[in-house]
Design a binder for this molecule. Structure first.
Ligand SMILES: Nc1ncnc2c1ncn2[C@@H]1O[C@H](COP(=O)(O)OP(=O)(O)O)[C@@H](O)[C@H]1O
Ligand SMILES: [Mg+2]
Length: 249
C-alpha cells in the first residue's frame, strides 16, 4: 500500500518579523503541500507581501527575523501586482523574455521553444507577432500574462501570485484566475495566491489563511471558510462579501 506522505513545499513555524521595532509578522504558522492552491487573504497592510518576501528571502536587510522552523522548496517563482511595470518599455517583449531565460540558465539555449510554449500556456495568441511588440503595445491583461510566463521560465515548483488580479477589470480578473487554474492543472505547479479580494478565491483555492494586523487569525478549507468563521474580522469580511453577492428580495 502506498504511504500517505505529506509533501510540504513550504513550512513556516512561529515566524516573527519586526522592522524598526514594529512587530509586523507575529507567530505565523503556515504550510503549503504539493499541488495545493493556498490563498493568503487580508486587508491592505496586514502582512501578506511581507510573508511572501520572507518566503522568497527578500525582506529588507534591517528586518529582525525569528522562527522555530522554516523549510521551502528551492524553486519558487513570483508575480507581483506591478510585475508588468518592471517590463522595460524600450525593449521588445521577446527580447525581455530571452534575457530572462539567459539569466536563469546562463545561455540562450532553446529560449524560443520554451518562451513560445509558456506564452501558449498563458493564453497569448499570434505569438510571433506578440514577441516583436513593445510592452505599451499590449493590454494590461497581456502584460500580466507575460509576467506570469516570465515567472514560469525557471520551472518553479511553487508560484507566488501577489495581488495579480487587483488592477484588472472583472473580465480579465476571471481570465487570469482561470489561467492559474490551468497552470496548476497542466504544469502541476503549487500556487500561493495572495489577495485582499475574498471573492476571487471562491472555487479556486483549496485552503485559505486570513491575515489581520500581522497575524494569521483564521485557517480553513475554502468551502468551510465561507460557511463558518471564528475571528470577528473574518466574520465581518465574509458577511460583507456574502451581502454584496446576494440579490435583494
Ligand atoms: N520595507 C518596509 N519597512 C517598514 N515597514 C514595512 C516595510 N514593508 C512593509 N512594511 C509594513 O508592514 C506592514 C505589512 O505590509 P505588507 O506585508 O506590505 O501588507 P499587505 O501586503 O498585506 O498589504 C505594513 O504596516 C507596512 O507598512
Ligand atoms: Mg501586499
Amino acid at each position: 500500500m502506498e504511504k500517505n506522505i505529506v509533501n510540504l513545499e513550504i513550512n513556516i513555524e512561529n515566524l516573527n518579523v519586526s522592522i524598526d521595532n514594529n512587530g509586523l509578522l507575529k507567530n505565523i504558522n503556515f504550510k503549503i503541500e504539493k499541488g495545493e492552491v493556498v490563498a493568503l487573504v487580508g486587508e491592505s497592510g496586514s502582512g501578506k507581501t511581507l510573508t511572501a518576501k520572507f518566503i522568497l528571502g527578500i525582506l529588507p536587510e534591517r528586518s529582525v527575523v525569528a522562527y522555530d522552523n522554516f523549510c521551502k522548496t528551492q524553486k519558487i517563482g513570483a508575480v507581483f501586482q506591478n510585475s508588468f511595470t518592471s517590463l522595460n518599455p524600450t525593449v521588445k517583449i521577446g527580447n525581455q523574455l530571452k534575457r530572462l531565460y539567459q539569466s536563469h540558465y546562463g545561455n540562450y539555449g532553446d529560449w524560443t521553444k520554451k518562451v513560445v510554449h509558456l506564452l501558449e500556456k498563458v493564453g497569448i495568441t499570434n505569438i510571433d507577432k506578440f514577441l516583436k511588440k513593445y510592452p505599451h503595445e499590449s493590454s494590461g491583461g497581456e502584460k500580466q500574462r507575460v509576467a506570469i510566463a516570465g515567472a514560469l521560465i525557471a520551472d518553479p515548483d511553487v508560484l507566488i501570485a501577489d495581488e495579480v488580479t487587483t488592477a484588472l477589470d472583472l473580465k480579465t480578473k476571471f481570465e487570469v484566475i482561470n489561467l492559474f487554474k490551468n497552470i496548476r492543472k497542466e504544469l502541476g505547479i503549487t500556487i500561493l495566491f495572495i489577495t485582499h479580494d475574498l471573492m476571487s478565491i471562491k472555487n479556486f483555492a483549496n485552503r485559505v489563511y486570513v491575515m489581520y494586523k500581522g497575524e494569521i487569525v483564521e485557517e480553513n478549507t475554502c468551502e468551510k471558510i465561507f460557511l463558518e468563521q471564528t475571528h470577528p474580522y473574518v466574520k465581518r469580511i465574509i458577511g460583507f462579501s456574502n451581502t454584496l453577492w446576494t440579490r435583494d428580495k
